[in-house]
Design a protein around this ligand. Structure first.
Ligand code: GLA
Length: 397
C-alpha cells in the first residue's frame, strides 16, 4: 500500500472490475468486509439555492463510490484509496483535518459520529469509484455518505437516513472547509433509479418523480477544469447571501433566508443593498422560481419549456452569481444553435466541472462530435462527455 503521489486517479479500474475493492480488502486485512455503495449526483436545475433554504431537482447517477469496511478491534482507522493508491492511518482518540485530500471526508464523518455520541471503533477501509473528481458530480458527498452508511451498519447504530445526510454534510463543513448545502448528500442517500428528486431544502420534504425525458437524454460535458470549492468563492457566495438577508430582515423581521424574500421585497429595498449583494440575492430568488417552474414543466412533459429554463439558469449563474468559467460558458453557448439540444447549463457549485445538456437521443453521437471539435478548437484540449443513468441512492450490498 505505497503512496504514489497526488495525481488524480483515472476512471480506470473500477468500472471494469469493482471486485477489486473486495479483493484488496481481503488481501490486506485478511477478513470479510461490509460493502457499501453511494452515488454521485446530477442537478437538473436549482444551483446555489440549497443553502438559501430553497428548492433543487437532483438525481443520483450510476457513477459511484464503493467502500469496504471492517472492524479491527483497536483505536486505529486504516484507510486505503484504491484509485490514488494512498494509505492514511489515524487514531480515533486524536485526529484533526489534514491540509487537503480524500481522507478528510472519511475522518469528517467519524468526527461527526463521535460528536453525536454514536458508537465508532477502529476500522479498516478500502474504497474506489468511478465518479470523476472535481467534476461537480459530488464525489466527496458520495464518499461521505458511503462512510456514514458503512459505519452505521458496522457498529449497529440506528441512524435515520435524514441524519446520515446531515452527518455527511457536517463532515464537509468541518473537515473539508466547504459550507455546502444539503443537496449533494441528500441525493446520494435518497436517490431512486429512474427518478429525480424535488427537494425543499428548508423542510427537507421531498418527492421522487419519474424522469421521463421522452426522445431526449442527459449528457454531461466535463470541462476538466477542476474546481476546489473550498478554495473558490463558494463560501464567499454564502456570505454574500447572508449579508443580503441581514439587511432585508431589518425591514422584514420574518425573513430568515432568501427563501422568504420575494422579488418585490428585494426591489423595494434595493437602494439599501450593496449592488453586488442585490445581484446575488436576485439570482437566488429567480433560480428558486425557475426550479418550481421546471418541476411543473417536467410534470406536463413540456421539455422545451424545461430546456429554456436551463438556459436562463445558466445565464444567471454566469452573469449574476458569477460562478461559471470560460469553458462552461463556451460549452453552453455552443449548444444554443443546435436543434438537437433543448437546454444546457453549468451544474453544481461551478468554477469548472460539467455542463448538463438535454440532447435528442438519435443525435447524441453527432452532438458529441460537434462539442468535442469546438472545445478542442477553443481550448486546445479534449472534452470528456458522459452519458449518465439515474440510479438508486446509497445502499449496503
Ligand atoms: C455544491 C454544494 C451544494 C450546492 C451546489 C450548488 O455542489 O455541495 O450544496 O450548493 O454546489 O448548487
Amino acid at each position: 500500500m505505497a503512496k504514489s503521489g497526488n495525481t488524480s486517479p483515472s476512471l480506470s479500474t473500477y468500472g471494469k472490475n469493482d471486485r477489486q475493492i473486495l479483493s484488496t480488502y481481503q488481501t490486506y486485512f485478511g477478513s470479510e468486509p461490509i460493502l457499501v455503495k453511494a452515488p454521485g449526483r446530477i442537478n437538473l436545475i436549482g444551483d446555489h439555492t440549497d443553502y438559501n433554504e430553497g428548492f433543487v431537482l437532483p438525481a443520483a447517477i450510476d457513477m459511484e463510490i464503493e467502500l469496504a469496511v471492517g472492524e479491527n478491534h483497536g483505536d486505529l482507522c486504516r484507510l486505503y484509496s484504491l484509485d490514488y493508491e494512498q494509505e492514511v492511518i489515524f487514531n480515533l482518540k486524536d485526529f484533526k483535518p489534514l491540509p487537503s485530500g480524500w481522507a478528510n471526508y472519511i475522518m469528517g464523518v467519524v468526527a461527526q459520529f463521535q460528536a453525536n455520541e454514536l458508537e465508532v471503533r477502529g476500522f479498516n477501509c478500502v474504497f474506489g469509484g468511478n465518479i470523476p473528481i472535481g467534476a461537480g458530480l459530488s464525489s466527496s458527498a458520495a464518499l461521505e455518505c458511503a462512510t456514514a452508511l458503512a459505519l452505521s451498519q458496522l457498529f449497529g447504530c440506528q441512524i435515520e437516513k435524514v441524519d446520515l445526510i446531515k452527518i455527511a454534510q457536517k463532515a464537509e463543513h468541518t473537515f473539508a472547509g466547504v459550507q455546502c448545502g444539503i443537496m449533494d448528500q441528500f441525493a446520494s442517500i435518497m436517490g431512486k433509479a429512474g427518478n429525480a428528486i424535488r427537494l425543499d431544502c428548508r423542510s427537507l420534504e421531498f418527492k421522487h418523480f419519474p424522469l421521463d425525458l421522452q426522445d431526449y437524454e442527459i449528457l454531461l460535458c466535463d470541462t476538466q477544469v477542476k474546481h476546489s470549492l473550498a478554495d473558490s468563492a463558494y463560501n464567499t457566495r454564502r456570505e454574500e447571501c447572508d449579508s443580503g438577508i441581514k439587511t432585508i430582515s431589518q425591514h422584514y423581521p420574518e425573513v430568515h433566508s432568501l427563501r422568504d424574500v420575494s422579488l418585490a421585497m428585494l426591489e423595494k429595498h434595493k437602494t439599501t443593498l450593496d449592488p453586488l449583494i442585490y445581484q446575488r440575492c436576485k439570482f437566488v430568488i429567480e433560480e428558486n422560481q425557475r426550479v418550481l417552474e421546471a418541476g411543473r414543466a417536467l410534470e406536463a412533459k413540456d421539455l422545451a419549456a424545461f430546456g429554456a429554463l436551463m438556459y436562463k439558469s445558466h445565464t444567471g449563474l454566469s452573469k449574476s452569481y458569477e460562478v461559471s468559467c470560460a469553458e462552461l460558458d463556451m460549452l453552453v453557448d455552443a449548444t444554443r444553435d443546435l436543434e438537437e439540444v433543448l437546454g444546457s447549463r453549468m451544474m453544481g457549485g461551478g468554477f469548472g466541472g460539467c455542463t448538463i445538456n438535454l440532447v435528442e437521443k438519435s443525435q447524441a453521437q453527432v452532438f458529441e462530435e460537434k462539442m468535442k471539435l469546438e472545445f478542442k478548437q477553443a481550448f486546445g484540449r479534449d472534452l470528456t462527455i458522459y452519458r449518465v443513468g439515474i440510479q438508486d441512492g446509497a445502499r449496503i450490498l
